[in-house]
Design a protein around this ligand. Structure first.
Ligand code: NAP
Length: 642
């Protein structure tokens, strides 16, 4: 069988090929040429990328060099076509490493190479699909319940199905996608490049935009669900009320409620919580909010029956969501008032709203390993470099301004970008320039649409705190009445109230949230002492603030979970929980590490990364390469079995 990443054979004409090459990533193209031709001298010549930065997929090559590279590539592709598009011979690991270094214009440290090779899956294998040591029979008698059918729950289902483990996915919504099902607000789109923000084992040649909008993302998850035959195992419109561990039977009893209100119980040997962190909307309690006369809703519950045309809209909150909503609705409304408590740092991404042109689509579909190297190209700049830049240098003089030299440099670059957008409007500049260190909150990707929107005559950015809400206005602390017909809360999620939508009763009837108190944690973000055979995906301590993709993290977590189940079954045991000392040690190490990173700093006054006490529980402070290594195989010594 042909390696799926070797591309579909083609018979395109020379002119069609030349046209396709017009807008492809040239460094990526040249690596595909190495596969097609076997000519490694391409890596030695002058046609090469000059540098790498986020979203810069041309490696800063000059127009002349790009044109010359296209001419070289055209000859190679023509020859490859004329030979009938044979599957390229495998490339040895040393050469692959050289190709990696060449593409990113730097030495890729050895410890990253296996992770990156696995992520690319150049051999066509889905290496993260777990192997098994347990018997097929034991797996077939071990039913598992998965709570949630977003990106992580769907992934769990795929892996359970591949392992021959019976499973049921419980999903409160009517369809698959989780966040990408619920967040239908205007302008919703992903801000991690889609050719990386997708499962590593699924084709990635179909995206119509580099950063797809919500409908396309939701339909991607629907397609994957169908392709893997998961649908029959999912109970949509079904809410989990609670899960209770029965020690004698080593079984979870999961109480569920259907759309008609009827309750039912399911029995499972293990439970995987895949409810995510951005699951429960947060709406601040403003005095008088209940008196508001018009429609009022949270962005994750967008009311599409409400017509915004000609209306005065108050948009409260402008983080990642509000930042996308404002430009998307400004054209429709009479007046848009954006209430922003804290300004956001942002950096340029010219591709943010761009379509994937036909040439790139062609290359992704037909050129061997083009898509795989493109995936690597957009993963690498966000792989752990951001974490290094988030590290506090305690000797750096002005910690309110920046936490290190690298962070100060980021501040200058971001400031330059923001300043270049406001067209000399100093009042606006004062409002939109953050007063805390760069990257201290989630940094937004920008193509200019946000500040362009704020500069429009009928749009106002208000930084004065909200005092109260009246039937037809939002009133700020300075007494100004801002008329409003519609109130939209883009105020984020109850991130620190982890797994808030479910109650989980573990050993001795202890409820998970009581066990946590104000310290939600899980060993490796996955398991909790006292809660046997209970696993989290995108659990405490696993959100990513400095790069990577949650799908990558989920693939790490489910591999670990599948490894745990295999360990349990192969040993003939019934239940496993992490050792208390492992969990405590993990928690202490996470907290110590987080204290050294920008997100914990007192200079960041408001952030959903912090709880009410200023502690950070949601984020991972670890390098992706470490988390990947730690989650490859569970260590039996970390667990108690029963
Ligand atoms: P968020 O980043 O928490 O932003 C919430 C906004 O509401 C902030 O402006 C916040 O102000 C404001 N707010 C909250 N409570 C308030 C209060 N009591 N008074 C006044 N203002 C208040 O939430 P989000 O924008 O929904 O984004 C959450 C996360 O979702 C993102 O970080 C990201 O992970 C994900 N997301 C991703 C995308 C994407 O991929 N493109 C898009 C949307 C969301 P402060 O800043 O002062 O707290």
């Amino acid at each position: 069988m042909r390696n799926p990443h070797a591309g579909e054979p083609f018979t395109s004409s020379d002119a069609e090929i030349a046209a396709a090459l017009a807008d492809v990533s040239i460094p990526t193209l040249l690596l595909s040429c190495v596969h097609m031709s076997g000519d490694t001298t391409l890596l030695d010549g002058p046609l090469r990328p000059a540098g790498l930065f986020l979203n810069e997929v041309q490696g800063y090559m000059s127009e002349e060099d790009k044109a010359a590279a296209r001419a070289v590539a055209l000859d190679i592709i023509r020859d490859y076509r004329d030979r009938g598009c044979p599957e390229p011979a495998p490339i040895d690991p040393q050469l692959l490493k050289r190709m990696m270094d060449w593409l990113v214009c730097a030495e890729v440290p050895d410890e990253y190479v296996p992770m990156m090779l696995e992520e690319m899956g150049l051999d066509g294998r889905d290496a993260r699909g777990a192997g098994h040591t347990s018997s097929r029979e034991s797996r077939a008698e071990f039913p598992v319940v998965v709570i949630g059918c977003g990106q992580s729950g769907l992934l769990a289902a795929i892996r359970l199905q591949q392992a021959g483990i019976p499973y049921t996915v419980l999903e409160k919504n009517a369809g698959v996608g989780g966040t990408w099902w619920e967040n239908t607000y205007p302008g919703a789109r992903v801000d991690v490049g889609n050719h990386f923000y997708c499962y590593s084992f699924e084709p990635d040649d179909h995206w119509s935009e580099y950063f797809a909008r919500q409908p396309e993302l939701q339909s991607y998850f629907q397609t994957v669900l169908e392709r893997h035959g998961i649908g029959d195992h999912v109970r949509f419109n079904t809410r989990v009320l609670d899960a209770t561990w029965d020690e004698a039977a080593a079984t979870w009893t999961v109480r569920i409620q259907g759309a008609d209100g009827a309750e039912e119980t399911l029995r499972a040997r293990a439970v995987i919580s895949a409810v995510g962190q951005l699951n429960t909307p947060h709406i601040p309690e403003f005095a008088g909010a209940e008196s508001f006369a018009g429609p009022a809703f949270h962005t994750a519950r967008w009311d599409h029956d409400v017509d915004l045309a000609g209306k005065d809209v108050a948009l409260v909150g402008a983080g990642a969501t509000g930042f996308q909503v404002a430009p998307a609705i400004a054209d429709k409304v009479n007046r848009l008032t954006v209430f922003q408590r804290t300004a956001q740092w942002m950096f340029p991404n010219p591709n943010y709203h761009e379509s994937v042109g036909p040439g790139v689509q062609w290359a992704l579909r037909h050129l061997p390993f083009y898509g795989r190297w493109y995936r690597f190209l957009i993963f690498w700049p966000g792989c752990d470099t951001g974490l290094a830049a988030a590290k506090v240098d305690p000797d750096w003089p002005d910690q309110q301004r920046a936490i290190s030299a690298a962070n100060d440099l980021a501040r200058m670059m971001f400031t330059e970008w923001i300043t270049s957008q406001v067209d000399g409007d100093t009042d606006l500049l004062e409002k939109v320039l953050p007063d805390y260190p760069a990257t201290g909150k989630r940094t937004l990707q920008d193509n200019g649409s946000w500040l362009r929107t704020l500069g429009r005559p009928h749009v106002e950015l208000v930084r004065t705190p909200i005092d109260h809400v009246e039937p037809a206005a939002v009133v700020t602390a300075d007494g100004t009445r801002h008329p409003a017909d519609i109130l939209v809360y883009a105020t984020g999620f109850r991130v620190n109230d982890m797994l808030s939508s479910i109650r989980v009763y573990g050993r001795d009837g202890v409820e998970l949230h009581d066990a946590w108190g104000e310290r939600p944690a899980a060993y490796l973000g996955i398991t909790v002492p006292g809660f046997p055979n209970f696993f989290c995906m995108y659990g405490p301590g696993t959100n990513l603030a400095s790069g990577g993709s949650l799908i990558f993290h989920s693939e790490c977590q489910i591999r670990y979970i599948m490894g745990c189940l295999d360990l349990l079954l192969a040993a003939g045991e019934r239940a496993m929980t992490p050792r208390r000392e492992c969990y405590d040690d993990w928690y202490a190490r996470c907290q110590d590490e987080l204290a050294t990173l920008v997100w914990s700093q007192p200079s960041i006054e408001h952030s959903f990364y912090k709880d009410d006490n200023g502690r950070v529980h949601s984020l991972s402070p670890w390098r992706l390469v470490d988390y990947w290594a730690w989650t490859r195989t569970p260590d039996p010594a970390d667990f108690e079995f029963a």
